[in-house]
Design a protein around this ligand. Structure first.
Ligand code: NIG
Length: 399
């Protein structure tokens, strides 16, 4: 197989402390040798290969792993956002508006919208995404959402238990039965994960547990939306059921932190949601210091966080969640991989998937230091090079 070398990397983040300096495993003046869709080697600059691309001294990081998105939906809720900015509080009920639009959309439309959003994320440096269903809330649309998500990622999450749809108002128990029965039967073959929104206004602890247990019996891994709008049982339920992650974590109390610290459940922070809903930011520092494994993700969705930018989430995590830049970068790459229980992404080490982001700068610190500036020069996804800034890999020096 012919090898491609990404050469003249000023600063390479591998996320492997055994390969380079510090917890990020950083190397200076390095080269990345790729064979097909895999990393073949990490080497000093000047490594030989069949084909050579010049990174021009830029910083190269593992591609972002966005472990929490809702990219499969139709419709727009910019009016709701504008109203919220004018003082109306965020409520989970807005999900139903997207459900109406999503149910009306054709399969071709849903496929096109999902692919377009996936492409947007790729241009922003995200090389792996998880995508949830959850805007169908009836069997066929949930199944269709899992199907279109599966066309762009192998981390598909069935989220039939997002909220109780209007037609089941006052009959949440009946809806949970549908989710755990016919809907799960239709979606489980297309998904890797099951998720539940365990929150006041969505599903309580008992209903959430029922959904998770049914999902596990159907062979799915578990994820939980929890502690988003207030304190609640989500984080502890995630630990109790052995979920891979509990996501949001805006309101964690001491007992939640203690439970998470003694578990393998990753606490995934979604700071763009707190930004877009004007909620308080969680204290990630407290969780990290207690020994909790953490990730950050975009939660890209039309209601509470309409962004695919992991760089923006890193900037927020550093500015407002108390993370060091290195911690935020690790949480956006390796942390996301851990939250998805994957060892093939989130790192640039031999054997890993050849997923990288080439920054148009010499240091990853700029991801937080220069918020809002488009810093992705190129993305490499499973060995395929996507130049975001034309000619950025021809050797020109970054700004
Ligand atoms: O993560 N928490 C539940 N689901 C989404 C909300 C999506 C929406 O408002 O449409 C979230 O914030």
């Amino acid at each position: 197989m012919s090898a491609l070398v990404l050469d003249n990397i000023g600063l390479l983040v591998t996320n492997d402390a055994a390969i380079g300096e510090g917890p990020l495993g950083v190397l200076r003046d390095a080269a990345l040798v790729l064979e097909g869709d895999r990393v073949a080697a990490v080497a000093p600059a000047g490594a030989a290969a069949d084909e050579r691309l010049d990174a021009g001294g830029r910083c190269v990081i593992p591609g972002f792993v966005d472990s929490h998105t809702h990219l499969a939906f139709a419709g727009d809720r910019s009016d709701e956002f504008a109203a919220r900015m004018a003082g109306r509080p965020y409520e989970a009920g807005g999900i139903r508006a997207t459900t109406d639009a999503t149910r009306r959309a054709s399969h071709a439309e849903l496929r096109e919208l999902t692919k377009r959003r996936r492409a947007e994320a790729l241009r922003a440096g995200t090389t792996h995404v998880e995508i949830k269903s959850g805007y169908g809330l009836e069997v066929e649309t949930e199944r269709r959402l899992c199907e279109v998500a599966g066309e762009v990622t192998d981390d598909v999450t069935f989220l039939g238990a997002h909220v109780v749809p209007a037609e089941f108002e006052g009959r949440a128990g009946d809806y949970v039965e549908l989710v755990c029965g016919r809907m799960l039967d239709a979606c489980a073959p297309l998904a890797r994960w099951i998720d539940v929104f365990c929150e006041r206004g969505a599903f309580d602890a008992e209903q959430s547990r029922a959904v998770l247990v049914a999902g596990r019996e159907a062979g799915l891994g578990l994820r939980v939306h929890g502690n988003q709008l207030g304190p609640g049982p989500g984080a502890r339920l995630a630990v109790e059921t052995g979920a891979a992650s509990v996501d949001h974590c805006t309101f964690l109390d001491d007992a939640d932190i203690e439970a998470l610290a003694g578990s393998k459940t990753v606490a995934t922070f979604l700071p763009a949601t707190d930004f877009s809903t004007r909620q308080p930011y969680p204290d990630a520092r407290r969780a990290i210091d207690a020994g909790v494994a953490v990730a950050i993700a975009t939660n890209a969705n039309p209601g509470s966080s309409n962004t695919t930018s992991m760089s923006f989430c890193i900037a927020l995590a550093v500015r407002d969640l108390g993370m060091a830049v290195e911690e935020a970068l690790a949480a956006a790459t390796l942390g996301g991989a851990n939250a998805l229980r994957r060892s093939d992404v989130g790192r640039l080490t031999p054997g890993a998937r050849a997923d990288a982001a080439v920054l148009d700068t010499t240091s990853y610190v700029d991801l937080a230091y220069r918020p809002g500036v488009p810093l992705i020069a190129a993305t490499i996804s499973a060995g395929r090079v996507v130049e975001v800034l034309p000619h950025s890999l021809s050797g020109a020096h970054p700004m």
